[in-house]
Design a protein around this ligand. Structure first.
Ligand SMILES: [Zn+2]
Length: 387
């Protein structure tokens, strides 16, 4: 039977070890990955800059998701060089082709005065709050920190904005901006679940902020109690990572479209009508924009607002939730977003369909021959302005 010493020496014979100086050179190579396989409490005390942290015990189950590139150079370290040797052996068995283990590990690295830092991590409260996210490898601690650093702007605290805001706040999106200039009305409560009876007559943005802050104090809710217009839109949307469009009128949608193209901010668009809902993502200059999909607004008599047409209250709950999901996917860079696809939901049939939406080469806003975008108030025809 092999002793630990035998096992270690057999393992070391199968892998390549480097000293700290060689490791420093290897890490600087383009595409190289630094992998820290120590326990969380060791990692939190200090780690190499930009290290990917997978504790040795989770290595086999997590490494393929966290390090999908099997030919990338991987520099593995632990505290002294033993656990990293076993980890290097495991990675080689999993098909990683360029793996080295650092002799002396983090302790030697640190003693030699090489660069390290205490990594930013979640607090114990946050680790508990977001524990179900942390279990999803596509999110994990890194993704959760990304969400906490993210900024999402909601156009409207109404039927679509309510569920979207609640889920984004619950998910720990660190900054949520809300634009709305209405007050809470009793007839809103059938679908606008951010608000409640105590808030009737209150500004919607204030009601939204109270609800979201009670749900998750991590979230900074920024309120804009204004009418979104050509004079303020560029200032308001500046710095946001994603915008959720819950507007119910065409001039606002076109205004937002043109401004978001200028600022290169993806927009998650949603709309509802009676029992039907739609959702898509307008990713500036990657997928189609709103004008590619709807070059001009339908005549007013064919485009009744929610107030005129009525809506089953659950419907915006479903579409707004899908908008929140798309926003989170964009923030985390995971999955396939609805950019270039329109999702149509029919509540009576209980069916979802997706339709392809292409960029319009003649689009007056995002096409190759489009003129410079000028932000100005749009009338009912919503045509882009020219110099
Ligand atoms: Zn376009």
């Amino acid at each position: 039977m092999a002793t630990f010493r035998d096992l270690l020496s057999q393992t070391k014979a199968r892998i390549r070890e480097v000293d700290t100086a060689e490791a420093e050179t290897a890490i600087a190579a383009p595409g190289a990955v630094v992998l820290d396989v120590r326990e969380p409490d060791e990692y939190e005390q200090g780690a190499l800059p930009n290290a990917v942290h997978i504790p040795r015990g989770h290595l086999e189950s997590q490494v393929e998701n966290r390090l999908p590139e099997r030919d990338a150079p991987v520099v593995i370290y632990c505290a002294g060089g033993t656990r990293s040797a076993f980890a290097a052996d495991t990675l080689q068995q999993l098909g990683y082709t360029d793996v080295v283990s650092v002799v002396g590990g983090f302790n030697k690295w640190k003693n030699e005065g090489r660069a390290w830092a205490a990594p930013r991590t979640l607090s114990p409260d946050q680790r508990n709050r977001y524990s179900r996210h942390l279990l999803v490898t596509e999110v994990g601690e890194e993704g959760q920190l990304k969400l906490l650093d993210s900024k999402v702007l909601l156009l409207g605290a109404g039927g679509l904005g309510s569920p979207a805001a609640l889920y984004l706040a619950a998910a720990g999106v660190g900054t949520i901006g809300i634009i709305d200039m209405d007050v809470v009305d009793e007839s809103n409560l059938q679908r606008q679940i951010l608000h409640n009876l105590d808030r009737i007559g209150e500004r919607k943005v204030d009601s939204a902020k109270k609800t979201l802050t009670l749900l998750n104090p991590d979230v900074d809710v920024v309120t804009y109690d204004v009418r979104l217009g050509a004079d303020n839109i560029l200032d308001i949307i500046d710095g946001y990572d994603v915008i959720i469009d819950g507007a119910d009128n065409f001039p606002s949608r076109y205004l937002l479209n043109d401004a978001s193209l200028l600022k290169h901010i993806p927009v998650v668009h949603g709309s509802i009508f009676r029992f039907e809902g739609q959702c898509t993502v307008f990713h500036p200059y990657v997928g189609p924009c709103y004008r590619c999909m709807i070059p001009e607004p339908p005549p007013a008599e064919l485009a009744p607002s929610c107030a005129e047409a009525g809506v089953l209250g659950v419907l915006p709950g479903i579409i707004g939730s899908i908008q929140a999901m798309e926003a989170i996917k964009i923030l985390l860079g995971i999955g396939d977003t609805l950019a270039g696809r329109l999702l149509a939901y029919d509540a009576l049939e209980e069916s979802f369909r997706t339709f392809k939406v292409n960029r319009d080469p003649d689009c007056p806003a995002c096409g190759p021959n489009a003129g410079e975008i000028v932000i100005a108030e749009y009338d009912e025809y919503c045509m882009p302005h020219r110099h």
